[in-house]
Design a protein around this ligand. Structure first.
Ligand SMILES: [Zn+2]
Length: 214
């Protein structure tokens, strides 16, 4: 059942070993889920998948809808559509958001897919510009991207939690990407401050790697 798994393209280990070239089309990837994130061929933008649409946030955090024929070297997504919504009080920063998410979901064994929406008092994000050969280390590329700090903005986070058992496969713990409500600004989230947000989440059975030939 596609619905009970969290799917990923490639592995974190391969991606961090400069595996930045696209492997699977966005069209194929979107057949596995409606909510998620990742990046594009040659790191040409941070990816945010919401409501079955893949958005690209380039280095200045401006956003466009990705072509279905584009490809991804690394992405994680699943099906969230039928999850019910609840209010999560935060009154703090990203560490407070994570603490309260962990308290209300109460599961650290399974991969979790979530969408967290509302008004952010402050959110700090970055996009990424496309890279060319010879590729640099991922940490160096990320450290060279400019950071954008937005205030009083509405939008959604895609949040994914991976348990310790996913080490090497994916990012352990919580990882968030942001898309503004007007779908014009987005990126990887470094930090945020929010009062309360609406959350939908799904606890999935396990991580599954999408094969190139599926
Ligand atoms: Zn990210």
């Amino acid at each position: 059942m596609k619905n009970n798994k969290l799917f990923q393209v490639s592995t974190l280990a391969a991606f961090q070993n400069k595996g930045y070239d696209g492997q699977i089309s966005i069209k194929n990837m979107l057949s596995y889920g409606d909510t998620g994130f990742g990046t594009y061929d040659k790191l040409n933008g941070e990816m945010i998948v919401l409501d079955g649409v893949a958005y690209r946030a380039v280095g200045d955090c401006s956003v466009e809808v990705a072509d279905l024929s584009d490809t991804t070297p690394f992405a994680t997504l699943g099906v969230l559509e039928k999850s019910k919504e609840q209010v999560l009080e935060i009154n703090g920063d990203m560490s407070q958001l994570i603490a309260n998410l962990n308290k209300s979901i109460d599961n650290t064994e399974n991969p979790i897919l979530s969408r967290i929406s509302g008004r952010f008092e402050i959110i700090e994000i970055h996009g990424v510009w496309a890279q060319s050969q010879p590729y640099q280390e991922l940490d160096k590329i990320v450290s060279e991207q400019s950071v954008l700090v937005l205030e009083k903005i509405r939008g959604s986070l895609v949040g994914i939690f991976c348990p310790d058992s996913a080490r090497g496969l994916n990012v352990i713990g919580w990882h968030f990407h942001f898309l503004s409500e007007d779908k014009k600004i987005g990126g990887h989230v470094n930090n945020l401050i929010a009062a309360s947000l609406n959350i939908k989440f799904k606890i999935t059975e396990k991580l599954a790697i999408i094969s190139k030939n599926d």
